[in-house]
Design a protein around this ligand. Structure first.
Ligand code: SAM
Ligand code: SF4
Ligand code: SF4
Length: 361
């Protein structure tokens, strides 16, 4: 493991104390903010595109950003729905920049065209993550219900202009592993490698509202040996130098999660201390699958964060008395190494030394 700074060590020590005492001595480092509930894709594993359009006002979203940054959140990931369908996305990013919060957004990639992408990059976006499960057009259409070609075109376009934006320091894809795309992982890894895009993987989850759980994407008990082999191959690709961001320990949890929805023995989930989720209604959750703790129209975030109710939620989370997920943004991001890298990145960005990694190593 790399050497960690004093600041990182201080955060990790306070986090350990928080876990021991089941009481928050730390503020969250990261947050997920749902900027809308509305979508132009038709993914098999997500029901959002079937919901009526919900597009919160800029005022509501700036209120959420102010509350999150006031609490100490250093990086906010904008999610949706599809964030690029929010016509105020550049202003949302600008507001994060003004609050000195690292800005990140996820997208299905359908709107990565100059008209939509340039204003967001010009506003100072730091990190862009495009969902890309496969580069096989048939499998892509089967999983996400729309054609692949506009997404590949968008990725190539962003790749060609990213050097013009010094504060844009992470360009990545997120791939959801399911039965339909698992065979296509090597070609996806090669494609991203050619464009020097970093990659993250996440296992398919059964939707928590249980309405959208397509059977053809699922794995079953008989698939376990094959799945272990595929995940070992993926870890090998990471060891071979491909830019795969996940921790090997996180990837090793995929087979059992994909088949039995089980987390590795001994898992302690500290997401309740390090991250926080706010939805389009400004409802606050300790992680996406947990129930609402409060609403930012009614309560101040600091009061919620330090409340007894929140501590009770964290205690349940630590013991996995929760819906159990293996979501990248909650469970992969808990390792000391990940927290340490994030804190180092934040220090560099805030001291105006952007981390630009555009050149292949
Ligand atoms: C809900 S989407 C919102 C952002 C944007 N619409 C997109 O697709 O990137 C955030 C991420 O969750 C992933 N996702 C959605 N449903 C999932 C499921 N059932 N299991 C695992 N990941 C899922 C998506 O592929 C995407 O990478
Ligand atoms: S995963 Fe993203 S792109 Fe797909 S339907 Fe859900 S919100 Fe839309
Ligand atoms: S494992 Fe449980 S507590 Fe942790 S993030 Fe997932 S649902 Fe939340």
């Amino acid at each position: 493991m790399k050497k960690i700074s004093k600041k990182t060590k201080a955060y990790i020590d306070k986090l350990s104390l928080s876990i021991q005492e089941k009481h928050a001595h730390v503020r969250p480092l990261t947050a997920s903010l749902q900027v809308n509930k509305w979508c132009n894709s038709k993914c098999e594993y997500c029901g959002i595109w079937k919901s009526p359009m919900m597009n919160p006002s800029l005022e509501d979203l700036t209120l959420a950003i102010d509350e999150l940054s006031g609490l100490g959140v250093q990086m906010i990931s904008l999610t949706g729905g599809e964030p690029f369908l929010h016509d105020k996305l550049p202003q949302i990013v600008e507001h994060m920049k003004a609050r000195e919060v690292i800005s990140s957004t996820m997208t299905n990639g359908l709107l990565l065209k100059p008209k939509y992408a340039l204003p967001v990059l010009e506003a100072g976006l730091n990190s862009l993550c495009v969902s890309l499960d496969t580069v096989d057009p048939i499998a892509y259409k089967k999983i996400r219900g729309v054609p692949l070609s506009p997404i590949l075109k968008g990725l190539k376009y962003i790749s060609s202009i990213r050097r013009e934006f010094p504060s844009f320091f992470v360009f990545s894809i997120n791939c959801v592993i399911s039965k339909v795309n698992i065979e296509h992982i090597p070609s996806l890894v090669e494609f991203c490698s050619e464009l020097d895009i970093s990659m993250g993987f996440q296992p398919l989850h059964r939707s928590f509202d249980s309405r959208h759980n397509p059977e053809e994407l699922q794995f079953y008990e008989d698939d376990l040996p094959y799945l272990h082999k595929k995940i070992d191959d993926l870890i090998q690709m990471k060891q071979d130098g491909y830019r795969i961001d996940n921790n090997p320990a996180y990837l090793k949890g995929f087979p059992e999660f994909l088949v039995n929805k089980e987390l590795p023995g001994g898992t302690v989930c500290s997401a309740g201390f390090t991250t926080i989720s706010v939805d389009y209604k400004l409802d606050v959750r300790s992680c996406w699958p947990m129930k609402v703790v409060g609403n930012l129209h009614i309560s101040k975030l600091k009061e919620l964060w330090f409340s007894e109710e929140y501590d009770n939620k964290r205690a349940s989370m630590l013991e996995l008395n929760c819906p159990k997920c293996w979501l990248r943004c909650h469970t992969d991001y808990l390792s000391v190494q990940w927290l340490s890298d994030l804190l180092e990145k934040i220090t560099r960005v805030k001291s105006n030394q952007p981390i630009i990694r555009h050149v292949k190593s």
